[in-house]
Structure formats: structure tokens, C-alpha cells
Design a protein around this ligand. Structure first.
Ligand code: DAH
Length: 347
């Protein structure tokens, strides 16, 4: 290259080449690669122009250098601008692809909830645990002795007719009451005793309020100086926590072979406050459980000194509590697993 004219022509051609190719470059990466053809230190067309300097007469060297530099800066600016533009386009494209349509209806997720009887069992367990009761879980298959005889209900006792029993053999049966657990606990543990025992029980019984399998929670407290007043005080606290602060209990005389005296426990109607409504059948009271002072014979059957120790016991039907709490009028609803029913009960 001899003169500036020729240099300017070359530069014009290079610029044209750059301008022409701009339209074909579509990515920042492409710009980077293409740029090397002109600006790479060794092979770039513009960089190589600088090497021509030595063939240029001295008086033109300064002008030559300036021109090449200007071309280099022009190319740098050009590529920088193109790079920014393509990067912005790439970003825009990415954002568009990632765009979330927040007006789209969400996919519905449904959560299960605990079965009402489980919920009631958990709530009762929490309440009794907070009063210091321990949980004892007995077994569903029992011997006649634990389910009846030791509970002061020997073979020929008329109280056996109170419960229709599923016998597995003359000796073994499906427990009809969690009361059987009382005997196991008292045989193993000496007073003071304070336990609850939740679990399934079985009776040959089937109507709107009875099911062949249902759930009970037994309670037993044995210590020195225990009276019916302790039972009443504890029950009042219990019903307030499960049915509401303004509820109270009333004891009615009853009969169970394993308690003496025995009581039926009513709770003041938590729906009408005692005035009388459909739920309490106009009486203001609802029967919730059976209880009593542990019969001395039961203590003695377990080797506990009945002169020194006294106890109270109670048995709660959990389906009955769930039905009362959640306004369920047929026990079958608790066993049919109909989600339309179960979905409504989330306590
Ligand atoms: N076991 C009785 C029943 O199933 C309920 C019961 C009543 C339990 C009085 C007790 C009690 O512990 O003292 O009908």
C-alpha cells in the first residue's frame, strides 16, 4: 500500500463488508466471532493495515495511523452497538418465552384432612395429656377374662347382655369395650395411675347410632383419696375444652358392673345453652359418656389394695362425640368415606 488514497479505499471496502454482514448476524456470539475477521490482533483486516505503516513514507505516517485508528474505533463502536442490540433482542425473546400468564386459572390442588373420629381422638388425647394422663393402647383381641370377668362381669352375670359380643372362641373375643385395658394397666402398674386408652371396639349392633365397630376412649385414675368429685371436676374441664367454655356436666345414676357408684354423664347442650333444642331433644342436656368410681372388686382382681386406693373410670364413645360436634345424624356417614361429607369437616 503506497498512499492514503488507497488506504481510504481499502477502509471503505472493509466498512462496507462490515455493514453488509451486519444484517446476517443474529447473535451476540456471532458478532464476537465475526469481529475477529477485522479486529483480531494478528489476523484482523484492520489490525493488519497497521502493519503497512512501515511501507508508508514518513510524511504520511501520522495521517495513515490516524485513519487506521479511526477505522478501528468505528468498527469497535459498530460492533459494540450491534452486540448491545442483539443482546437486548435475545433478552426480550427470552422474557417473552418465560412470560407467565397470571390470569390463567390455577391448577386446583386438594388437601386431605383427618377423619372426624381421628380428629376427635387427637383432640381428646391432647386435652387429657395436658391433665397428665398417659396413653395406653390395648389390643383389639381380648380374652373373656379381661373384657368381662376381671371387670366384675363373670360368665353368668346379667350385665353381659348389655353388650353383644363377637366371640372368636370360648376364650377369645373382639373386645367390646376399652375397659379391658384398665385391667392390663392395673396388673402392670401400681397406683398412682392416670391413663387414657383409645381404640376400636366391636359389638353385634347396627342402626343409625350404632355400628359393629366403633371407637372408645377409656380413662382410669387410681390413687389415694380419689372421689366422685374428682371425676366431676375433671369432666367439667374436659367438656369445656371440647364443647365450649359455657358447658357443664351433670351426673345421673346408672349401672356398670365395674363401677360403684356408676353414673351417666350429660353435658349441657352446647347448641342451645340448655334452653332446649332439637339436638338435646328439648331437655337441655346431652348424654356423652359413662363413668363411675372403680368397683372395689375390680381393684382387688388386679391386686390393688382397695382400702388404701380408690379410682374413677370413664368410657367415651368417639363417634358419638364426633356426631354431636359436627352435626352428623347417622353413624354410617363416618364409615362410608364419602368425600362430600368428610370435606365439610375440617376442625
Ligand atoms: N365400658 C362402658 C361401655 O362400653 C363405658 C364405661 C362406663 C367405661 C363406665 C367406664 C366406666 O370406664 O367407668 O359402655
Amino acid at each position: 500500500m503506497q498512499d492514503l488514497k488507497e488506504l481510504n479505499e481499502t477502509i471503505s471496502a472493509i466498512k462496507q463488508e462490515i455493514l453488509d454482514s451486519a444484517g446476517t448476524l443474529t447473535s451476540s456470539r456471532g458478532v464476537y466471532e465475526f469481529k475477529k475477521n477485522f479486529l483480531d490482533f494478528k489476523k484482523g483486516k484492520i489490525s493488519q493495515l497497521m502493519k503497512e505503516m512501515r511501507n508508508i513514507p514518513n510524511e504520511h505516517k501520522a495521517e495513515f495511523g490516524k485513519t487506521v485508528n479511526a477505522a478501528k474505533n468505528w468498527a469497535l463502536d459498530f460492533f459494540e452497538e450491534l452486540d448491545q442490540k442483539l443482546k437486548a433482542e435475545e433478552r426480550k425473546h427470552r422474557y417473552e418465552n418465560e412470560k407467565i400468564d397470571i390470569s390463567m386459572p390455577a391448577v386446583r390442588t386438594t388437601y386431605g384432612n383427618l377423619h372426624p373420629v381421628t380428629t376427635v381422638a387427637n383432640q381428646l388425647t391432647d386435652i387429657f395429656a395436658s391433665m397428665g394422663f398417659e396413653v395406653y393402647e390395648g389390643s383389639e383381641i381380648e380374652t373373656d377374662y379381661y373384657n368381662f370377668t376381671a371387670l366384675n362381669t363373670p360368665q353368668d352375670h346379667p350385665a353381659r347382655d348389655m353388650q353383644d359380643t363377637f366371640y372368636l372362641s370360648p376364650e377369645f373375643l373382639l373386645r367390646t369395650q376399652t375397659s379391658a385395658g384398665q385391667i392390663h394397666v392395673m396388673e402392670k402398674k401400681k397406683p398412682p395411675i392416670k391413663i387414657i386408652s383409645p381404640g376400636k371396639v366391636f359389638r353385634s349392633d347396627d342402626d343409625a347410632t350404632h355400628s359393629p365397630m366403633f371407637t372408645q376412649m377409656e380413662g382410669l385414675v387410681v390413687d389415694e383419696g380419689i372421689t366422685l368429685c374428682d371425676l366431676k371436676g375433671m369432666l367439667d374441664m374436659f367438656v369445656q375444652r371440647i364443647f365450649g367454655e359455657n358447658t357443664t356436666t351433670r351426673l345421673r345414676p346408672s349401672y356398670f358392673p365395674f363401677t360403684e357408684p356408676s353414673v351417666e354423664v350429660d353435658v349441657s347442650c352446647f347448641q342451645c345453652g340448655g334452653k332446649g333444642c332439637k339436638l338435646c331433644k328439648g331437655t337441655g342436656w346431652i348424654e356423652v359418656l359413662g363413668a363411675g368410681v372403680v368397683n372395689k372388686r375390680v381393684l382387688e382382681n388386679c391386686g390393688i389394695d382397695s382400702e388404701k386406693y380408690r379410682g374413677f373410670a370413664f368410657g367415651i364413645g368417639l363417634e358419638r362425640i364426633a356426631m354431636l360436634k359436627y352435626g352428623i345424624n347417622n353413624i354410617k356417614m363416618l364409615f362410608e368415606s364419602d368425600l362430600r361429607v368428610l370435606d365439610q369437616i375440617d376442625d
